[in-house]
Design a protein around this ligand. Structure first.
Ligand SMILES: [Cu+2]
Length: 172
């Protein structure tokens, strides 16, 4: 007689799986910052990796920007009291070398979401006033062409919880 046949304990495993899924979702939700909105723009999933060294002067912020409106909007500036400067950066590969360049205007097409993520477009903080520590939060003000200002609270998280985070800032 087989020790274990498929579906032998469906009454036990299925609800247990469900509970684990719910717990995982709660844990995930707790990690995510609250979305911030202004007019047609919603900013969500914002996160900043902790600094790798106490001497770090640069940092990155990743987030998603959703445009619920019928017209294109654009992110045109970013400010934060945590750093001297915050810029929109684009990462491109040129002959196997990762390059970052400043973006003056990041278009958010109507009805779409633009993700700012590691090794792609991201927000870059330069002249950090203090290294970023896990558990801390950063305040950023994003200015959009049409929707105006959106103030966001960005949690600083463990470097390892963001895949490939900081990759583009290793050499800085
Ligand atoms: Cu950058």
């Amino acid at each position: 007689m087989p020790r274990h046949t498929p579906g032998q304990f469906p009454a036990m495993t299925r609800p247990m799986k469900r509970v684990l899924n719910i717990l995982a979702s709660i844990a995930l939700l707790a990690c995510l910052a609250k979305p911030a909105m202004a007019n047609d723009i919603m900013v969500m999933n914002m996160v900043a990796p902790e600094s790798l060294t106490p001497a770090a002067k640069t940092g990155a912020v990743y987030l998603s920007i959703m445009n619920h409106g019928a017209d294109e909007d654009a992110l045109v500036s970013v400010t934060t009291p945590a750093a001297e400067q915050a810029t929109i950066h684009e990462t491109t590969m040129e002959n196997d070398v990762m390059k970052m360049s400043k973006v003056e205007r990041l278009a958010i097409p109507a009805g779409s979401t633009v993700d700012l993520k590691p090794a792609a477009t991201h927000l870059m903080l330069t002249g950090l006033k203090a290294p970023l520590k896990e558990g801390q939060t950063l305040i950023l003000t994003l200015t959009f062409e049409k929707s105006g200002e959106v103030k966001i609270v960005v949690p600083v998280v463990d470097f390892k919880s963001i895949p490939a985070a900081g990759h583009e800032h290793m050499s800085n």
